[in-house]
Design a protein around this ligand. Structure first.
Ligand SMILES: Nc1ncnc2c1ncn2[C@@H]1O[C@H](COP(=O)(O)OP(=O)(O)OP(=O)(O)O)[C@@H](O)[C@H]1O
Ligand SMILES: [Mg+2]
Length: 402
């Protein structure tokens, strides 16, 4: 329809005379012999340009012009007027006709009128394209700006965390240097311990950042939930016991399957278990430090509960848990652990909910969608996953918190 023109005149001869130059200009010409037919054709074919006689029996050119403009104000309508129809011609301009040409029609004048109308159509299209582009550019720019500012924030926090660790490293290096100079093995060993410890932390921070910043592929596999949890246990149980923390494991082997990338989900669970261990070791406690790790199925969700009887958290801390670089552990924590764990769990269609009481302990519940099984025997029941975990309701919790 790009180069189509609707030619309307009640005189067949005139239509024939006009068709030729229009075809020469590259237009496909549709013809109508009265206003009513013309409007029908217009409604059906939506030509961008109309050339119409003003005086016609029935619906005349002026009426057609008004109807067409009402339907689509962007259509270019050129009027053909007879000698002495000046009044009508002026009226048509008021109704927003593009131009008028008078009979007898001079082909050059016709061409100029048609080409001018074509240019207007083109300009309008360009303007529309330009506006669209502009809108897209503006949207892209503001997206980029927000990316940049969050990147800036991120870089600021990373630098701050690394700077702290480097200061600690400096202290270690200073001790080592002194120890070497004096041949003082005790100081040497002391400095070396600090260097090693800081080195480990820096490595962990960098790996965490890499873990988060890399767009890695998630490769979900269908697997037994209890088996996945057992692997997490084998990675932490030793460390927990070594630190003097009693570890309670309560994994329901019949809880079913999930479809996750095990590397990711295990990393998330490990982060939470590490925090539980840290919480047990922070502050002075009279109780035996305990951590419980349990798994059970609740309807179509699998719930991994990590419970500790450590320091717990006040409301302020709970609000900021998942914020990157929020840590209460000074230079022993980076504050990326839960941020990453939360991202991973979200990515797998799950959620982490938390319940905690200062001085009593914390419960982190990772709820992930289970692979549905036909006629699943439900254990647990009640309201599914979204329910807020409570500190003392599960069997494992009884063992840890009492
Ligand atoms: N089980 C818990 N008990 C008490 N506080 C917790 C517990 N888990 C997390 N927190 C609080 O949330 C903060 C953020 O945890 P997160 O794992 O993100 O960072 P982090 O442990 O400080 O550092 P890292 O990046 O090494 O994990 C912790 O510093 C701590 O204050
Ligand atoms: Mg942590």
């Amino acid at each position: 329809m790009e180069k189509t023109i609707l030619l309307v005149d009640d005189e067949k001869d005139i239509r024939e005379v006009l068709r030729l130059p229009l075809t020469d200009l590259g237009y496909e010409v549709i013809e109508a012999e009265n206003g009513a037919d013309a409007f029908h054709l217009f409604a059906r074919l939506q030509p961008p340009m109309i050339l119409t006689d003003i005086k016609m029996p029935g619906m005349d050119g002026l009426e057609l012009l008004q109807k067409v403009k009402r339907a689509n104000p962007e259509v270019e309508v050129i009027m053909i007027t007879g000698h002495g129809d000046m009044e009508l011609a002026v009226k048509s301009l008021k109704y927003d006709a593009t131009d008028f040409i008078t009979k007898p029609i001079n082909v050059d004048v016709l061409e100029i009128a048609v080409q001018r109308a074509a240019e207007r159509i083109l300009t309008r299209e360009k303007l529309r394209e330009y506006t669209l582009n502009l809108e897209r550019l503006v949207a892209e720019k503001s997206e980029l700006q927000s990316h940049l500012s969050s990147l800036g924030l991120m870089l600021g926090s990373i630098s701050h965390a690394l700077k702290g660790l480097l200061t600690g490293l400096d202290a270690g290096v200073y001790l080592v240097d002194g120890g070497l100079a004096k041949g003082d093995t005790r100081q040497l060993r002391e400095g070396w311990e600090i260097v090693k410890q800081r080195f480990d932390r820096i490595r962990k921070v960098v790996l965490d950042i890499l873990f988060y910043s890399k767009k890695r592929e998630v490769k979900p596999e269908r697997m037994n939930a209890a088996a996945l949890a057992e692997e997490v246990v084998s990675a932490v149980a030793g460390k927990l016991t070594e630190a003097g923390i009693a570890f309670v494991k309560d994994l329901d082997p019949g809880s079913g399957e999930l479809e996750v990338d095990p590397t990711y989900v295990q990393a998330a669970l490990l982060n939470i278990l590490e925090n539980a261990a840290d919480a047990c070791q922070a502050g002075e406690t009279k109780r035996t430090p305990k951590v419980a790790f349990s798994l059970r199925r609740r309807k179509d969700r699998l719930e991994f509960d990590i419970l500790d009887n450590g320091v717990g958290m006040d409301a302020g801390t709970q609000d900021k848990l998942f914020t990157p670089f929020f840590s209460s552990k000074g230079d022993k924590g980076t504050g990326l652990g839960l941020f990453i764990a939360n991202k991973i769990v979200e990515q797998h269609g799950g959620e982490i909910s938390v319940s905690s009481a200062p001085g009593r302990g914390s419960l982190f519940r990772v709820s992930l969608p289970a692979v549905s099984r036909a006629a699943a025997p439900e254990n647990g029941g009640g309201i599914p996953g979204a329910e807020h975990p409570r500190l003392v309701k599960t069997p494992a919790a009884e063992k840890v918190l009492t």
